[in-house]
Design a protein around this ligand. Sequence first.
Ligand SMILES: Cc1cc2nc3c(=O)[nH]c(=O)nc-3n(C[C@H](O)[C@H](O)[C@H](O)COP(=O)(O)OP(=O)(O)OC[C@H]3O[C@@H](n4cnc5c(N)ncnc54)[C@H](O)[C@@H]3O)c2cc1C
Length: 1009
Amino acid sequence: MGMNETETRTRTIGREIFARIDRSGPTPLTKAWLDDRLMGVGTHDPALKVQLFRFVDTLPYLKTTDEITRHLAEYLREAERDLPWWVRAGLKVMPRGGPLGGLLAFAARTGARQMARRFIAGSDVPEVTAAVRRLRAQRMAFTIDLLGEATITEAEADHVQKQYHDLLAGLTHEAVGWSDDPVIDHDDRGPVPRVNVSVKLSALYSQFDPIDPDGTSRAVLNRLRPILRAAKAGGAFVNFDMEQHAFKDVTLRIFKDVLTEPDFHDWPHVGIAMQAYLTDTAADLDALMRWARDERKCRVTVRLVKGAYWDYETVIAAQNDWPVPVFTRKWQSDASFERATEFLLDHSDWLVPAFGSHNVRSMAHAMAAAEARGLDPRRYEFQMLYGMADPLRDAVRSLGYRVRVYTPYGQLLPGMAYLVRRLLENSSNDSFLRASFADGAAEDELLQDPADGRREPTGSGSNTSGEFHMPVAAHQPAHAGRSPFRNEPPTDFSREESRKAMRDALAAVRTQLGRTYPAVVGGQSLPVVKTIDRANPSRTPELVGRTAAASVADANAAVAAALAAFDAWRDTPIADRAALLLRVADQFRRRRFELAAWIVLETGKPWREADADVAEAIDFCTFYAAEAVKLHSPHHRDVAGEDNVTFYEPRGVAVVIAPWNFPLAILTGMTAAAVVTGNPAVMKPAEQSGVVAAKLMECFAAAGAPPGVVNFLPGDGEEIGPTLVNHPDVAVIAFTGSLKVGLIIHEQAARTPVGHGFVKRVIAEMGGKNAVIVDADADLDEAVKGVADSAFGYAGQKCSAGSRAIVLDGIYDQFLARLVEATRSMTVAPADQPGASLGPVIDAEARDRIRAAIERGETEARLAYEADLGPLADQGTFVGPTIFADVPETAWVAQEEIFGPVLSVIRAKNLDDAIRIANGTKYALTGGVFSRSPEHIAAVKRRFRVGNLYVNRKCTGALVDRQPFGGFKLSGIGSKAGGPDYLLQFVLPRTVTENQLRRGFAPETGTVE
Ligand SMILES: Cc1cc2nc3c(=O)[nH]c(=O)nc-3n(C[C@H](O)[C@H](O)[C@H](O)COP(=O)(O)OP(=O)(O)OC[C@H]3O[C@@H](n4cnc5c(N)ncnc54)[C@H](O)[C@@H]3O)c2cc1C
């Protein structure tokens, strides 16, 4: 049979399937059924749909009638514009409490529970066993999936493992009594296991992270092997589910590794899901087939699906400016599914096909293509989701095929995420089910060859040609014209080439350790008299390098060199000054992994954060280059006979005093801002990050910075700091660091001696004692992870770190218990190890100071968790993550910046109380809130006064331009770094007015530009 015959046959089979389904009756997923339900209302109103699904997602967390009715009203109000008039009217009189409110809450709960029951087969082993018994009675095979919340603690991973054991034990015991069914219990090779379970690998390890495939694989396998052994012994089948794209390679690796082990290499009853919406699926399938055939020499099953994470993948790619890993048009995924179908059918000796789809065209094509190859229909099977399209399932079964139903079970609470995914899938514009059942599309249209979608004019009304809409922020168009700036994409460490580049860079940098870096003044290296040693804080015996310890004379020389360069640099065209920054950014890009490796070794930053530091340094250069060009276009305001122009000019010599915690980014940012606006700079890096600073100096030199425009002055702050700050020729001081030093600088710089020609400008970013509010309805998976990341990322050594968690009474105990376990599960390790969740603190002095702070905290609050460091304690300057609970809001640990991995958890009575406590420090830098109440979120946005507020995400990791960074109160006196007004601080405005009227005669006025 040729291609066309397969196509003809596909349509014939498709029509046959449709003939067996009643598309109009009151069966689930018909229009009537959908319209009856929330889901039906939402299907045609995207805004309302989002709000209703959010409500359903939150519902299990809501305990009282008042909470339920309040949330329902809030969510509906968010979508008010799209509501039918009668719902809008009802909203106004909606009861909060009382019997009517109680009734409403009851109806909402019952409705959601009913919906959940449609897709979730039961909440425990006996219930799910009863469900599979019912399925078998309908002559359906099954695979059981265990629903769970995100595994963020090792205790949870242990629990998942135990549940799989219980499930396997319960089912295999039960299965013995089942009578044999020739269709579902046999394929063309013989009996197939009756018990079949599906496993998500990320549920088996709380720190599952593709940046560390070795560590992840080891931990997953420790929990997976016993499950596989039990399954094999009990004659069950195990399928590996596929999750997001970032997890794919490590999932495939674990699958291949474990199934070539002696215990499992000849076991055919294993399978893996492969997603046809990924552009790399064809290559992955080919590699998998070769592995099964040539290495393992034993078949495995492939469950071919299109993929369940399409929205997530496109959003993540857009946010990070990464290539989109999925096809972006629906027909492409459908066509890819068909190509993969044919590949599996061609290699079914090694890859046993299981087609997971509810798309009649996709299934009919598989049947026709198998026929064309003369394959026994028992060679492959169809798989569908429990409750998704029962009539379809019955139709395929009635054609004599083996149908397996993917049957999830679990508690309602963790099950909600699954339920919402199914609701979204059913109501998506691109869904085949929606097109067939709710929208009643014509059969011919539904059955057309997906490859024809290419020729389909857009907007033809076809639901199967699927337009791709890249998710964009609602406000995008308003900003689109403002800035052509794009953030430098972070490195995607789920890719092996990125990990290899980082490993290679670390190895290369390790061959260059121990060098000495001189001060560079006026383009010349100064002789090194004294030095500062810098040890790797992860492994203190390792000397990273030495920088010169500049003297007071060196400091004076640096200021003199900068001053000497000032006039020429001021008069250099802005385009040339901006071009210098772009060349520096190019240097960073070229040396990206090398610079990140230096950061890892010198400052103990884990890989991802070291990489982000380099990316941010690139951003500062490219952003300030573009902003400076804008700033320096003169402002004309001419009238008849009078020309007026306002423009900016640099202030003079800038001293840049930078911290070690963003060793490249902050030093680059402040220096780049000074230099691009025409101020020659003297860079004084922190003693703890002088080597990275020396690398920055190399980049400026390689980019062609004229002598004296950028000077590098490493040294002891106490020794040369006062010289720089008090120097009469210094016009601007840009400082980032502690409050204490910031205030001293501010005070010293404010003194303007008699005879001194100008007032100094100080730009200071100082500390923070940032709070994250956790509302009673917060998504705990997100809140626990968000708080832990905010508090312990880079061992809490960020001014943006969230060091206070203010938790509402209703969720306090639950939150704290999970937070402690999640923190216990984090990996404290040397920063050069990719699996490190957190590395060391910067040096011994910091370690001792943080330890003293912890001791002081113990006198004020309950120590809920302190990590045991074991041998690490002697290897480097480590402090484990530490949590204080029940902390009084005014306690010292809750008020003072500790700059280490120490978190205070504070109980709040209600939201007002939480906001009051959050605002109750001398700082106002960053803050966060986790809440699912639109009104609470609005209140926090209005009343929690900080420079950078983050809603439902961690409170660290600001990006240039996207989140201009900086705070007020005692957190800072300047305006935001990486924002549109930052450069203004480095310049002085001048206005020139010229009278053009001579003897009553003036040229025509008009702006020159
Ligand atoms: C038994 C079973 C097991 C499953 N296991 C997994 C699993 O392990 N991992 C997993 O990820 N999913 C899994 N799924 C879910 C599955 O991915 C979705 O149910 C499936 O994608 C829906 O496809 P369909 O053929 O039923 O419907 P269709 O309506 O034909 O296809 C919908 C799918 O098309 C794709 N799509 C939608 N819009 C676009 C667009 N604009 N551009 C490109 N592609 C688009 C998406 O993948 C979407 O889900 C499983 C499904 C079943 C039935």
